[in-house]
Design a binder for this molecule. Structure first.
Ligand SMILES: CSC[C@@H](O)[C@@H](O)C(=O)COP(=O)(O)O
Ligand SMILES: [Zn+2]
Length: 199
């Protein structure tokens, strides 16, 4: 793939997300931007705990394979985010229990969180008193339609940190792998807190 640092970074984050039980039963997919038109994404249907470079796929932002095996079934969601904002450099998708249940219980298109110090893990947030909006989308198997919805909503009002697919999971993203990982950890923590609180 000729980008050893990037490959190692992606494999390390896959491994760590799996270790935290955020990627059960082959669920979840992770990617890093390669350039303006391409990203590197996990292959479809593989256990993300033990990936090697052969399980990573170079795709263009239309989701077409440039090099590697069959890419994630949700490649177009990653592509939609990269296409929406050139500053997005990494997208990490998880299937935690909290993100699955809380998103499923959220009416409307936004989950609001307030009162948590951890909100400051999200870029630009400076106080636990600022309500944090997390964009929510209905789950669907129609990836083209979902990608279009995400692009349209992002163009109308960019969202920071992540988005939720209802009953499905979290997509965290950022302007670097480090920021996307911080957003992922922060949001997973917040979602778990909120889920326990509401129980
Ligand atoms: C095993 S259920 C999860 C999948 O349907 C999907 O949502 C997912 O996140 C993983 O798909 P993948 O094609 O392996 O990237
Ligand atoms: Zn998924």
């Amino acid at each position: 793939m000729s980008r050893p640092g990037l490959v190692q970074t992606l494999l390390r984050h896959c491994n760590e997300a799996a270790r935290r039980h955020w990627l059960p039963a082959t669920g979840g997919n992770l990617s890093l931007r390669l350039d303006e038109r391409h990203c590197l994404i996990t292959a479809s249907g593989v256990d993300k705990a033990n990936l090697s470079e052969a399980d990573l796929v170079k795709v263009d932002l239309d989701g077409k394979v440039v090099e590697g095996p069959k890419p994630s079934a949700e490649t177009l969601v990653h592509c939609a985010l990269y296409a929406s904002d050139p500053a997005i450099k990494a997208v990490f998708h998880t299937h935690s229990v909290a993100s699955t249940l809380l998103s499923r219980k959220t009416p409307g298109d936004t989950l609001w969180l307030e009162g948590y110090e951890m909100q400051k893990a999200i870029r630009g947030v400076t106080s636990h008193l600022e309500p944090l909006a997390i964009a929510c989308f209905d789950n669907t198997q129609d990836m083209q339609a979902l990608a279009q919805d995400i692009k349209a909503r992002y163009a109308a009002s960019p969202f920071v940190g992540g988005l939720l697919l209802k009953g499905h999971g979290l997509y965290a993203f950022g302007d670097s792998a480090e920021e996307a990982w911080r957003h992922l950890e922060g949001l997973e923590f917040l979602l778990q807190c909120e889920w326990e609180w509401r129980k």
